[in-house]
Design a protein around this ligand. Structure first.
Ligand code: GLN
Length: 304
């Protein structure tokens, strides 16, 4: 399969369409980003790679970090992790509070904000220097020694992070947060601010397409059966209340972030990251979804 030819065509087709939706405005630093950015990169397990548009420009990865923090917490806590966070799709917005009350502070899954805050708490408890050790973990996965947090983005979100503060306070009240709420929020906002380009993100996520083996150092980052589990969570929970729609249209495990990027993988084939900051009403990149839908249709390959 020559993925490059198909990707170039769908990139040009979707690129010609007018942007729909809006860039995320609730985080002031994200509101400054041009909605016209559009880039895509695919890294295949056979070593081939293709980039189009603004694929090398960095942006804050926002909720994509939730998959990487889940990976690290799963490595450290093992199956005990599932006592504190579920694996069911929430069917609600990424920052929703509604289910926490009836679920007694156990978030439905690790890819909504509530779940990622609990995962952050697990990491803080298990790491000596959480921020330094976590960014080093991501650098090693990506094979990029100078990957970093964007302090401006982290501070910008901290200034208006009332909803995340509400989530973590409610969960702590139920006894499912062990550290101080300020420390959990600061760590979570930093995870969201990590900067990567489409190229770097697709390379980092390639391990989920090749049985948990990191392409940078050929190390088994996570066991084969647990790679299956993280991919299943991406498939069922990666797009919040649009997870069904993404499976229906695209048919790949993936994750979106409000910075306007979507990363998706096809096991044993490729990892792909597409960035277009204008979001639909569910908070997922409009053109990102469109491109991936057309790409899996054009290639004829998806999970289904
Ligand atoms: N930092 C964002 C938030 O917590 C991440 C949300 C997202 O990317 N969906 O609101």
């Amino acid at each position: 399969m020559n993925y490059g030819i198909h990707l170039e065509k769908v990139f040009n087709d979707v690129g010609r369409e007018p942007s729909k939706g809006e860039v995320a405005k609730y985080i002031p630093e994200l509101a400054k980003i041009s909605g016209d950015k559009f880039g895509v990169h695919i890294s295949c397990v056979d070593g081939s790679k293709h980039s189009f548009g603004n694929a090398s420009e960095k942006f804050s990865i926002q909720s994509i970090s939730k998959v990487l923090s889940l990976l690290r917490a799963y490595q450290l806590a093992g199956e005990k992790l599932w006592n504190r966070v579920g694996v069911e799709p929430s069917g609600t917005a990424f920052n929703s509070l509604v289910q926490l009350e009836t679920d007694l502070g156990i978030p439905r899954n690790p890819l909504i904000n509530a779940g990622a805050l609990v995962v952050s708490d697990v990491l803080i408890s298990n790491l000596e220097n959480p921020k330094q050790e976590f960014i080093q973990f991501v650098r090693d996965l990506a094979g990029i020694p100078n990957l970093n947090y964007n302090e401006k983005v982290a501070q910008s979100e901290a200034l208006c992070g009332y909803r995340n503060a509400a989530l973590v306070n409610l969960i702590k009240d139920f006894g499912n947060i062990n550290n101080e709420v300020e420390e959990v929020l600061d760590f979570y906002f930093h995870l969201c601010s990590i900067e990567m380009s489409c190229v770097e993100m697709a390379e980092t996520f390639l391990l989920f397409a090749q049985d948990g083996i990191c392409p940078m150092n050929d190390k088994q980052v996570i066991k084969l059966e647990n790679t299956k589990r993280i991919n299943a969570i991406m498939q069922t929970c990666g797009f919040y209340d649009e997870a069904g729609e993404f499976a229906f249209k695209v048919g790949l495990p993936g994750k979106s972030g409000v910075g306007g990027v979507i990363v998706a993988i096809l096991p044993d084939q490729y990892s792909i990251a597409v960035w277009s900051p204008c979001l639909n009403e569910k908070g997922n990149s409009y053109k990102g979804m469109k491109l991936l839908e057309e790409f899996t249709t054009a290639t004829g390959y998806s999970l289904f």
